[in-house]
Design a protein around this ligand. Sequence first.
Ligand SMILES: Nc1ncnc2c1ncn2[C@@H]1O[C@H](COP(=O)(O)OP(=O)(O)O)[C@@H](O)[C@H]1O
Ligand SMILES: [Mg+2]
Length: 238
Amino acid sequence: MNIKKATPGFFVTGTDTEVGKTLVSGALLLKLQKTYSQVAAFKPVVAGVSLIDGKDQNEDLVTLSQAANHPASKDAKNICPYILSTAAAPHLVAKNQHIELDDQLMIYSYHALAEQADAMVVEGVGGFIVPFNKKKNSADFAKDIGLPVILVVGMRLGCINHALLTVEAIQARGLKVVGWVANTVSSMQLLEDNIESLKDLIPAPLLGVIPKLNTEEITTPYPLKTLEKVANYLQLPK
Ligand SMILES: Nc1ncnc2c1ncn2[C@@H]1O[C@H](COP(=O)(O)OP(=O)(O)O)[C@@H](O)[C@H]1O
Ligand SMILES: [Mg+2]
C-alpha cells in the first residue's frame, strides 16, 4: 500500500484580523520554495471580493495564488472552498446567503490539495477562533489539519494580551506554536520594549520583525516584490 507522509507546512494565525497574516503567508510561500519544489496555499473561507484585474476576486486569494507555485494554486477555487462576496464575519455572511459552511468540506479540500503538494501554507481566518457554523470554528479546523502554527502579532497597543491569549488557545488544542512574527502595522510607542516582552512571554522563537512598509508596498493584493522583501526579514522555524 502506498501511504504518503503528511505534507509539511504551517498554519498562519494572527492576533486579530488585519495584522499581516496574508503578508506573512505570502512571504512564507516564497521562502518554502527554496526547500520544496511545489508549495501550495490554502485558506478555509474568505469573505469579501472586489474588482481586481477586471474580475471579482478576493485580495487574499490573489496574493496567495501568485506567491504559491503549485499549479493548482493558480485557481482560487482550489485554494479556498468558500469565496463569500460580503466582507463580514463568515458565518453571518453564510447565514445571509442561506448556506452553512461545511467544516468537513474545508478539511477535504485541504487534503485534496496537500496530497499533491510538497509543502503547504494555510492562512487562518481573522483571529484564531472564528466561528464557521454552530458547532465548528477556525481553531477546530487548525486542530483537524494539525499543522504547526506560526503566530503573526500585529504590533499595536493591546497586542501582548492578544498574543498571549492566542498562544494559550493554540496550546489548549494540543497544537504547537513553532514561532511568531512581529509585524509593525503601526507606529507604536515603545515598540522595541514590546517585542522584548513578547520574546520573554511567548514560548516559541521570534522568526522575524517586519518593519512598517510604505504605501506602495502595502497595496493589496501584495506585489511580489513586497513579499520577497518581507521574506528577507523572516526565518523558517527549525
Ligand atoms: N508591515 C506593515 N507595514 C504597514 N502596513 C502593514 C504591514 N503589514 C500589514 N499592513 C497593513 O495591514 C493590512 C492588513 O494586512 P494583511 O496582510 O491583509 O492582514 P490579515 O491577513 O491578517 O488580515 C494591509 O492591507 C496593510 O494596510
Ligand atoms: Mg488575510
